[in-house]
Design a protein around this ligand. Structure first.
Ligand code: LLP
Length: 419
């Protein structure tokens, strides 16, 4: 069941016409389907219903507090990587005891904020971080619950920019150092080891790499528990992929079965940090055709969304399907769909065959719900787009479009008299 469908020639999100939203809110515009987000969350959650588990949605994928709130209401916890994400989760009503804190560069003030909030655990990524957490916890008279993030050195078979569990990546504790850091933690008074964690990468479509990581984790758990440490939580990170074009990622149920076979006879609580699989295909970016420019080399369609709104094509060469909001008759032509930003990498699609678009047409960039708005910027002093959440036959503006005033609101002209 897909909640982005044509009714006649017009594309809808649930019961709302996307054309109507583009007219009402302007473009570029992010639109999310609440029902899709919830369906994806429940599909993932149900895949693990036979075992004690906690889903900690990865806030970085889409951090709008309205979306976080939908997930709070569904019982989700959160995976955060900064105090900004912690702040957002709490604003959205999250239960801090369902929050895990990942990331290689947690600062002392971030650690302090998380300790005061009472998060479930820190996923510790280095020995120096361990010592820092212990120090901050001591200052606050607290005991910090921790897991170590293991770098299992597994090839996730995904885009090199988004693989994180290889030896050469900056993430986690190298596999051969893991036992030593667990021993080290035993010596510290203000940390309590409660788990183990790994995250091997993103947009992973095959189960092999996940299985390989789990097997390595289980071996480590065996050794760690022999040290007298009880590993209650096993956090397996996020990373399950989605279909952008013709990928055929494992369904959450297959992923679930393949993981659960390892944990059937254990009393460990499994934690997952899915991001993309929850929100990726629940969001689209609407953009208006500004101009056509045909050169001898290329046909360009210049639209009002750019790499500052959706960075993925420019950053990773990612494919996003692009369809018209209003279907019409016309010739098919091959085009590059590009934005107004002054960079050659500013494109949304290259060598794409579409029905010849005209000035004023609204195009819909699909699968833009994950790492879309959350990676947007004001580059070229462009105003960040508005975001709208659709739920059944209602829609809500969940973030207003930037104003010109917003652009400079933090900037200060000092009293310099130029000579
Ligand atoms: N947990 C940790 C520790 C992570 O670093 C990430 C993503 C996730 C969970 C969620 O992974 P997911 O389920 O969404 O694959 N900007 C890139 C993706 C970067 C992913 C970063 N880490 C993109 O647009 O493809």
């Amino acid at each position: 069941m897909n909640y982005f469908n044509y009714r006649g020639d017009e594309l809808y999100c649930e019961d709302i016409s996307l054309n109507e939203l583009a007219v009402k809110f302007g473009t570029p515009l992010y639109v999310y389907s609440g029902k899709t987000i919830l369906r994806h969350f429940h599909a993932f959650d149900n895949a693990f219903k036979k075992h004690d588990h906690l889903i900690c949605y990865s806030v970085k994928a889409n951090s709008n507090i309205a979306i976080l709130n939908l997930l709070v209401q569904s019982g989700s916890g959160f995976d955060i990587v900064s105090k900004g994400e912690l702040y957002r989760a709490i604003k959205a009503g999250a239960d801090p005891s369902k929050i895990v804190f990942s990331g290689v560069g947690k600062t002392e003030d971030e650690i302090e904020m998380a300790l005061i909030a009472g998060i479930l655990m820190f996923n510790v990524e280095s020995e120096l971080e361990l010592i820092t957490i212990d120090k901050v916890a001591q200052r606050l008279g607290k005991k910090a619950p921790i897991a170590f993030r293991v770098n299992p050195d597994v090839n996730p078979l995904t885009h090199p920019y988004i693989s994180t569990g290889l030896k050469k990546n900056k993430f986690g504790i190298p596999h051969d150092r893991v036992i030593d850091v667990y021993k080290k933690a035993l010596e510290l008074e203000n940390v309590e080891v409660i788990g183990i964690d790994c995250h091997i990468g993103s947009q992973i479509t095959q189960l092999g790499p996940f299985n390989e990581a789990v097997e390595k984790m289980l071996n480590l758990i065996d050794i760690i528990e022999k040290l007298g440490i009880n590993i209650k939580y096993v956090d397996l990170g996020g990373g399950l992929g989605i279909t952008y074009k013709d990928e055929e990622p494992a369904h959450p149920n297959e992923y679930g079965e393949s993981i659960l076979k390892y944990f059937k006879n254990t009393n460990k609580t499994l934690i997952f940090e899915p991001g993309r699989v929850i929100v990726g295909n629940a969001g689209v970016l609407l953009t208006k055709v500004l101009y056509r420019k045909d050169t001898r080399e290329k046909n360009f369609v210049i639209v009002d969304a750019a790499m500052n709104d959706l960075a993925r094509p420019a950053l990773y060469g990612s494919y996003h399907s692009i369809v018209p909001v209003n279907k019409k008759e016309g010739n098919n032509i091959e085009v590059d769909i590009v934005g107004p930003v002054c960079e050659s990498t500013d494109y949304l699609a290259k060598n794409r065959t579409i029905t010849e678009p005209e000035k004023g047409d609204i195009l819909c960039v699909m699968s833009a719900g994950a790492y879309g708005f959350s990676m947007s910027s004001n580059y070229n002093s462009r105003l960040k787009p508005a975001e709208v959440l659709v739920y059944k036959d209602e829609y809500f503006c969940i973030r207003e479009r930037d104003t010109l005033e917003d652009l400079v609101s933090k900037e200060i002209i000092p009293q310099i008299k130029v000579e």
